[in-house]
Each structure stands twice: as C-alpha cells, then as structure tokens.
Design a protein around this ligand. Structure first.
Ligand SMILES: NC(=O)c1ccc[n+]([C@@H]2O[C@H](COP(=O)([O-])OP(=O)(O)OC[C@H]3O[C@@H](n4cnc5c(N)ncnc54)[C@H](OP(=O)(O)O)[C@@H]3O)[C@@H](O)[C@H]2O)c1
Length: 296
C-alpha cells in the first residue's frame, strides 16, 4: 500500500485537474483516487471513480472503501447563477457532501477549498478572523460548508480567490474562453470595479497539496500578490501574450443586471499563509501561466 492515499473530489475541474496532475508526477509513493462525474480527468493512469456529490451514500462508501490518508475536497457547484437557480441542489452538493466526506474521512487530513465569495466585498483585505457575509447563495453554501467542518478534527478550510490559468482537463472555463476571444480579436466586456487577488491554478494546487500535508487546522487564506480587476487581469494577459488589448471593454458591475449583488473588493490577506509556508506563496501573473493549451 502506498504511503499516502489521496482522494480528490472535483478531479475534472480546473483546480482538481491540477492537483491530480501534480500528485501523479510524484510517482509511486502516492496512490490517487479521483472522484469525478466523468472518466476523463486529464491525467492518464489515474484511478477514477465516478461519483455524484449529491449521492451522499455513494460518497460515504467511496471514502470508506478507499481509506484515504489525505482528502482534497475540491468538487463543488461553482457557478454562482446555478446556485441561485437551484438553491436546494447547491446546498446538498456544497454543504451536505462536504460534511459527509469529512465524517467518512475521519482520521485523514482533510482540505476543503472555500472562496473569497464568503465575504461581502465592503471591507477588504479580508483576514481569516473576519466574519463571512456572503452576498450570493453560492457564497452562503460555501460559508455553511466551512461551518460544517468547524468541529471536525484534522480539517482545514482554504479560502481561495479568483483562479486563472489553463485547466489540466478539457474543462471550458471562463478564462479559457476569454483567452480564446483575446487571440481571436473578439470584444471582451470585463468588470473594472470588481477586485480580487487572483492566483494561478498551478500555484493554488501546490498550496492545497502542501497544506494537506501540513498539520494546520481551521481556516487559512491563500492570496495572490496583486489586487486586480478582471479587466486588469486580462489586460496583463494580453500584454504577456503580445496581443492588442483594444478589444477589452471596461464595464461596471453596477451596470450589468444580476440576480444577486456582486461584491466590489474580495481581496484576501494572505500574510498568515505566507509566513507559515513561504515556499508555497503564489507568484504574480507571469508568462508560464499562459503557456500551452487548456489540456496539455
Ligand atoms: N475558480 C475559482 O476562481 C475559485 C475561486 C475560489 C474558490 N474556488 C473553489 O475551488 C474549488 C474548485 O473550483 P474550480 O474552479 O476548479 O471548479 P470547477 O472547474 O467548476 O470544477 C468543479 C468540479 O466539481 C465537480 N462537480 C460539480 N458538481 C458536482 C456534482 N454534483 N457531483 C460531482 N461532481 C461535481 C465538477 O465535475 P464536472 O466536471 O462533472 O462538472 C468539477 O470536477 C471549488 O470548491 C470552488 O468553490 C474556485
């Protein structure tokens, strides 16, 4: 039996596919079970068990049969609009599945990816002690999932900001589509008044893996070093790719109709993480993050 047995949920997602890829490159000391709804998680040779997060009994069985030493719970209903339209499904997938997984994995190290969207955007930068006040149902389900883990030992909530970069799976993310539009010279409307501290997917995956191997419990913020609007993020990508930015159109989040309000500034304060794990601190946006295609 391998020394470390990793169970990854959301393995076909953009972050999950990077975590799977990085662990797989470590070789034989690590056994990986990828939980996903589809067989292709972007890395060959990885054991995949098809699992629906809303099927709580199947989820419990998958964990107890595999007996993981480490769990990276990265699967979630992540689209804000979907969570708003299907609130009960979002609660089952994002809250109940998280609770069941953590209980089933008792004894293992358990890392749960939460989000800067647990905050309202009115008092950035946010530290770990700041109280969540989500504006969206998505944010509420993630905050409730955090709460569900509060009394379960060995669990760590990692709050992550906006992620950028190419997934290691075939997932068509907003970022993938935006870069394709940039390359094609198509107009892109981007918020200039909604700020985050974005992190490259590969850096976020490294942080998740390192944190799972640490003894840390509770809540930690992993933050990028730059406070950027989506407009600024894509303008920098255009610059790095040598593409013209004239097709980027700055828009206000207040001018776009949305079912739920959009937070203005979700910048995370990542100093606690940086002090404890200096070797894992995410870097600024650089050309490597834009190299290659979405599933190389
Ligand atoms: N992306 C960001 O900017 C960001 C920012 C902060 C925090 N986070 C958090 O980081 C984690 C990973 O995010 P991500 O961007 O990688 O998400 P993603 O690309 O949307 O991937 C979500 C993953 O969850 C799976 N999933 C969704 N609903 C499921 C269900 N009912 N049953 C089984 N699997 C299901 C998806 O499977 P399918 O491939 O089958 O759909 C996919 O593998 C999430 O917890 C998210 O809340 C993300």
């Amino acid at each position: 039996m391998s020394a470390q047995r990793w169970l990854i949920t959301g393995a076909s997602g953009q972050l999950g596919s990077h975590v799977v890829r990085q662990l797989a490159t470590e070789g034989r000391g690590v056994a990986i079970l990828a939980l996903a709804r589809q067989p292709d998680v972007g890395t060959e040779g990885v054991a995949v068990r098809q699992a629906e997060l809303a099927d709580l009994d199947a989820l419990y069985a998958a964990v107890t049969e595999f007996k993981p030493t480490h769990v990276a719970h990265l699967g979630a209903m992540t689209a804000v609009g979907d969570c708003h339209r299907q609130p009960a499904v979002a609660e089952r997938v994002n809250i109940e599945a998280t609770r069941v997984l953590a209980v089933a994995a008792a004894g293992a190290r358990f890392v749960f990816s939460s989000t800067d969207m647990v905050f309202d955007g009115e008092a950035a930068p946010y530290g770990e002690a700041d109280l969540p006040r989500p504006l969206s149902h998505y944010g509420r389900t993630k905050a409730a999932a955090e709460q569900a883990l509060a009394d379960i030992p060995n669990t760590l909530v990692v709050r992550i900001p906006l992620l950028y970069g190419f997934p290691r799976s075939r997932r068509q993310t907003t970022f993938v589509q935006q870069i394709a539009a940039l390359r094609a010279g198509q107009p892109l409307r981007l918020f200039s008044d909604e700020h985050r501290t974005p992190v490259w997917l590969a850096d976020a995956a490294r942080a998740v893996i390192g944190l799972a191997r640490s003894g840390l419990s509770g809540v930690i913020h992993v933050s990028g070093p730059q406070r950027l609007s989506r407009y600024e993020l894509l303008a920098r990508c255009a610059d790095l790719l040598g593409l013209p930015a004239r097709h980027l159109v700055a828009v206000s989040r207040l001018d776009i109709a949305a079912a739920e309000p959009r937070p203005a500034d979700l910048s995370l304060d990542g100093r606690r993480f940086a002090e404890a794990f200096p070797q894992l601190v995410p870097g600024p946006l650089h050309a490597d993050a834009l190299a290659g295609e979405s599933y190389t």
